[in-house]
Design a protein around this ligand. Structure first.
Ligand SMILES: Cc1cc2nc3c(=O)[nH]c(=O)nc-3n(C[C@H](O)[C@H](O)[C@H](O)COP(=O)(O)O)c2cc1C
Ligand code: SF4
Length: 587
């Protein structure tokens, strides 16, 4: 299916702090100190909170961006060209702009961003927030021409903005479209307790990564005392290599809203939110249109399906470029208009979530599965899959294969089968669950996708024999160092050190000593970090050292080389003190 996502502006309701800041960023290309002050007054917040939010999210900037603001995805799939060409450098050269800076005339700024969830669409970028896919050097030249001629993006060729969603395999969830209201009617007819039992009997576990049992989560929330209960859909989908929620939001939004409404019915919520990642802003109008339809048909709002006491509605909050906001407590912080810094847990969101009240946070796929289970029954669901992993898993397959796209399989499917189905040949490695997941080589391809074997939130990245895996590790390490929220030292410093250590090895300056340092660092980050980002940030390094030691060994040097140039490291101090004489340098 194809869709053109060519919009120049995003109309967001302005009552949420993030939306107000999005609007300012869009209009003035930055958020000035005066604007921050104005927003602080409007929202009755301390200026420090507004400034903290602007500084935290990568889509807000205190310095003016260009009128054409271009962000290239640096993901190993949606930022990758097999011949290793650097499209960002190419565009920067053609437009004479330095990456990371805005050109003096204010026309253009170019930078990089983490995976934008378009890994099945070839190399991709965002121009003023709109995705542009299937990039190649010719297209880059044409983009440069449009920008040089100052042609606004709504006049660029529409086909440049097309996104083709290809679903190669359908199973339980992707075969059928739920009739709007059908599952909800079942829930109301059978009552909240019986509907919860159906979810429990289905064995549904969360699809967002951690695999927590869904009925248990809903039950804990239902039983938790509070002034109000909330349902939140986690549509932050920031794990590099994952794009299945993008496809589900575009084609199965009815089922998602149905799942959220059923959850609300069970836990007693009147309000729900979808936290939509900023990179998916182009899906907003579609989602809003589906919500409007549902309100019209009595499936949202007051007295849903004429039920006397059931009132529930859903709003959409658009994030602003921070992977950590996928972590549920960081997401809640962000929904509350704060920087997305993970909370100390326990207490967990089921008892102390949004505004301190009992809250369910579920992944898009989990909520869609719940709606189908209520419509079709628990045995319809749990007769598929394995005993411990019931139902199906929707995978985002990308990387070195003929048919990147969406594949829905019963749990228990072998990795080898998936590789065969998507036309992957001479595969060197597969990264399951994104950089935070598991890296495996050919001897492990007979393993299965399941909670009891190898689980994934959806990302299935394939690396062919021609890929330099050390470049992949570097890419992942840079990703975590960039996305660490900075709250705790083991992760903030550890991910930076991991990155610089891998850079050093890749540049041929590493020794066996550096391998030992990598292992120590990995242990420290894994065991002493505050949240899941830190716990998993070094997984890929440990897997790489275990399964592909030759990849690291091939780059090692026999002699010790300092990790950094001390004289170069003093450059910023020289600049601050305005000294560049001989004595300000080391010999
Ligand atoms: C760094 C980090 C990023 C995460 N990103 C996502 C995400 O994008 N989508 C998601 O559903 N869960 C994500 N999670 C997991 C959530 O914290 C949470 O477990 C999940 O939303 C619960 O939904 P589920 O039970 O339906 O899986 C992330 C966790 C961590 C630690
Ligand atoms: S582990 Fe990393 S992302 Fe998580 S709180 Fe610490 S610094 Fe932030």
């Amino acid at each position: 299916m194809t869709n053109s996502c060519q919009h120049n502006s995003f109309n967001l309701p302005q009552e949420h702090l993030l939306h107000r800041l999005h609007a300012l960023q869009q209009e003035y290309l930055h958020i000035s100190p005066q604007a921050m002050q104005q927003v602080a007054a409007e929202f009755n917040l301390p200026l420090s909170q507004v400034a903290g939010v602007v500084a935290f999210y990568s889509f807000f900037s205190a310095q003016p961006c260009g009128r054409f603001h271009i962000l290239f995805s640096n993901c190993t799939s949606c930022g990758y060209l097999p011949d290793g060409q650097n499209l960002m450098q190419l565009l920067a050269q053609q437009l004479q702009v330095n990456p990371g800076k805005t050109r003096a005339d204010g026309l253009i700024s170019i930078g990089e961003t983490s995976c934008i969830g378009l890994c099945d669409q070839g190399a991709s970028l965002l121009v003023n927030g709109i995705p542009l896919t299937h990039l190649n050097p010719d297209k880059i030249t044409q983009i440069a021409q449009q920008i040089t001629a100052n042609i606004s993006t709504d006049k660029w060729p529409a086909e440049w903005f097309e996104i083709h969603d290809t679903i190669y395999r359908r199973n339980l969830l992707l075969t059928t479209q739920l009739a709007p209201g059908s599952a909800l009617q079942q829930a109301i007819t059978h009552g909240a307790a019986e509907t919860l039992t159906t979810i429990q009997q289905s064995g549904l576990n969360g699809r967002g990564g951690a695999g927590f049992n869904t009925s248990k989560k809903w039950q804990l929330c239902r039983e938790a005392p509070g002034d109000a209960h909330y349902v939140i859909c986690n549509a932050d989908e920031g794990e590099p290599g994952t794009f299945k929620d993008r496809v589900l939001l575009r084609h199965h939004a009815e089922a998602l809203f149905e799942g959220m409404t059923i959850c609300a019915f069970i836990i007693g919520a009147n309000k729900g939110s979808i936290y939509l990642r900023g990179e998916y802003r182009y899906l907003l109008s579609h989602l809003q249109a589906v919500l409007t339809q549902r309100r019209k048909h009595g499936l949202l709002g007051r007295h849903i399906l004429n039920h006397a006491d059931f009132h529930f509605d859903i709003d959409i909050v658009v994030g602003a470029g921070a992977y950590i906001c996928g972590e549920e407590s960081a997401l809640i912080e962000s929904l509350e208009g704060k920087p997305g810094i993970p909370r100390i847990r326990p207490p967990f969101p089921v008892t102390h979530g949004y505004l301190g009240q009992p809250t369910v946070v579920n992944n898009v796929e989990t909520l869609i599965a719940a709606a189908h289970i209520v419509a079709h029954g628990s045995s319809w669901f749990n007769s598929v899959g394995t005993q411990k992993s019931t139902g199906t898993k929707i995978l985002s397959v990308s990387g070195d294969c003929l048919s990147p796209g969406i594949y829905e399989y019963p749990f228990g499917v072998r990795i080898q089968q998936i590789l065969g189905d998507c036309g992957a040949q001479r595969v060197q490695a597969v990264q399951l669950g994104g950089p935070a997941g598991k890296l495996i080589g050919a001897p492990d391809f007979n393993h299965t996708i399941s909670f009891e074997d190898i689980s994934t939130g959806g990302s299935f990245l394939i690396f062919g024999h021609q890929r330099d895996l050390l470049t992949v590790h570097r890419n992942f390490a840079h990703f975590f160092a960039h996305e660490s929220c900075g709250f705790c030292t083991p992760c903030r410093v550890g991910t930076q050190l991991l990155k610089s250590n891998l850079d050093k090895i890749a540049e041929g300056h590493g020794t066996t000593n550096d391998i030992e340092t990598l292992k120590q660092l990995a242990f420290l980050i894994q065991h002493h970090s505050h949240c899941g980002l830190g716990h998993t940030a070094a997984n890929h390094v440990l897997d790489g050292l275990q399964h592909f030691p030759q990849v690291f060994a091939a780059h090692l040097n026999q002699h010790f080389v300092a990790q950094f140039d001390l004289d170069q490291a003093l450059e910023s101090a020289r600049q601050i003190t305005r000294r560049d004489d001989a004595t300000a340098h080391l010999d």
